[in-house]
Design a protein around this ligand. Sequence first.
Ligand SMILES: Cc1cc2nc3c(=O)[nH]c(=O)nc-3n(C[C@H](O)[C@H](O)[C@H](O)COP(=O)(O)O)c2cc1C
Length: 186
Amino acid sequence: MNKYLVITASPNREGLTASCGAAAAEGLREAGCEVEIVNLYDYRFSTCYGCGSGWGKCRKESRCVADDPFNELQDKVLAADGTVFVTAVYWWQPTEIAADFLNKLRRCQALRPGGSGLSDKKFLFVAAAGGSGHGTLSCLHLFEEFAKQNKMEPFDYLPVMKRSREYMLPAIREAARRMPEWSYSK
Ligand SMILES: Cc1cc2nc3c(=O)[nH]c(=O)nc-3n(C[C@H](O)[C@H](O)[C@H](O)COP(=O)(O)O)c2cc1C
């Protein structure tokens, strides 16, 4: 059975981000996948310290030296066939914890000897904005840069705003349902 991870990044456990994560999980389960949902706000991990002169051990060893749950979360991503990553939009950007997580993951994977461990993973990125909607596209742009840096070809990038919730939640569910059967073009 395919294993998928749904990562949400919002401290609001009943908000738009959580609804997007639940819609994705529903679609993945409809596709017959085993799904684990993780909210980054249930974990406490450090930002990247930029060890040494800027290139830490993570570049070669693909692990963060900090003694916190980041490595455990990275292992979940690497053990899954794919991930749906949903962040709330804060300050026109991904939430701080979402940015910290992706920054550390990039440190560990983008230049990994032997190639990025993310390049054969299926990813769906979602940015959920509950205010003006400003920043939804900036978030997706950052996700695209992350994907390129990590040699990934994500399945899709979806923007959701408070006003588009009604038609975007079914779209997220449908995207998640289709993602497992999709094959890379490369
Ligand atoms: C610190 C902070 C900054 C925010 N910045 C933005 C923003 O730049 N654009 C926007 O549309 N909404 C913004 N919002 C609203 C969130 O996107 C809103 O809470 C949204 O519903 C996120 O999902 P949630 O329901 O899971 O919290 C912000 C909220 C907070 C708490």
